[in-house]
Write a protein that binds this ligand. Structure first.
Ligand SMILES: Nc1ncnc2c1ncn2[C@@H]1O[C@H](COP(=O)(O)OP(=O)(O)OP(=O)(O)O)[C@@H](O)[C@H]1O
Length: 238
């Protein structure tokens, strides 16, 4: 699905990504971790064709992003859904209206009633998006992202600031939809327990490179008591 080699990206001469390698296969859930400012969002935005890069190879669904026609870029974008932060758009629409809007936009075959049932949105379907709590906003954003039946879902810190039950609920939806559609999920998180519980692979971005890209099991097999422990021992505090 995605192959990245020796990716470099700077902002105003300041390097952020310094030779990052990465690979994602069909159906995988991959958690990208690293300290604040490590370049996680930048990396995701490059994959989504939203940001340019300086050097390296980025291949998404078999297309080299350096040589994209507008048509190919469109084809890539139509197969990617994303929940980025912040989720402050769609202020003046009710949940059910938002779902209808995006169903039409994506020309989705999915039934609104099914999405409402799958994501347990019934109780808030007539609530205006701006009146929802942070957790509910994330839940609705996730439902919208899945509406297009994407090959790839990108989630930037989908559970930040949510209580444990809401995090658990969101993860159960992510896992369920990933199984149901066989799509690939790439997300960033600062919660190491989520990597351990839900991700097939973890990618640690450190000093501009993917220092680790492997399964959580492989990391634990090296003798770390948890992924959190691995992180604390391998990533220097600022
Ligand atoms: N448009 C921009 N212009 C200049 N610098 C930027 C821009 N976007 C990001 N940066 C810088 O690039 C670095 C990486 O930012 P990025 O948002 O990719 O990191 P991150 O790993 O997602 O961080 P966090 O965990 O805090 O969300 C940071 O130092 C940030 O200030």
């Amino acid at each position: 699905m995605i192959k990245v080699k020796n990716l470099h990206k700077s902002y105003h001469g300041k390097p952020v990504l310094k030779g990052l390698d990465f690979q994602a296969n069909k159906g995988e859930i991959i958690g990208v971790i690293g300290k604040n400012g490590a370049g996680k969002s930048t990396f995701l935005e490059i994959i989504m064709t939203l940001k340019s890069y300086d050097e390296g190879e980025v291949n998404v669904f078999g297309h080299d992003l350096k040589h994209l026609t507008e048509q190919k870029q469109q084809a890539i974008r139509s197969n990617i859904s994303a929940v980025l932060q912040p989720t402050e758009f769609y202020k003046n629409l009710k949940v059910v209206e938002l779902l209808r809007l995006f169903k039409a936009y994506y020309q989705s075959d999915l039934k609104i009633e099914q999405i409402i049932e799958d994501f347990k949105l019934e109780s808030h379907k007539k609530t205006y998006f701006e009146k929802l709590s942070g957790g509910w906003k994330q839940k609705v954003s996730l439902a919208i992202a899945f509406l297009s039946n994407p090959k790839l879902i990108i989630l930037d810190e989908p559970t930040t600031g949510l209580d444990p039950h809401m995090r658990n609920t969101l993860w159960s939806y992510i896992a369920k939809y990933n199984r149901k559609t066989g799509g690939t999920v790439i997300l960033t998180t600062h919660y190491m327990d989520e990597i351990e519980m839900y991700c097939d692979k973890v990618c640690l971005i450190n000093d501009g490179k993917a220092e680790v890209l492997t399964t959580p099991e492989n990391i634990l097999a090296r003798g770390y008591s948890s992924i959190n422990n691995f992180y604390l021992q391998n990533v220097e505090a600022i």
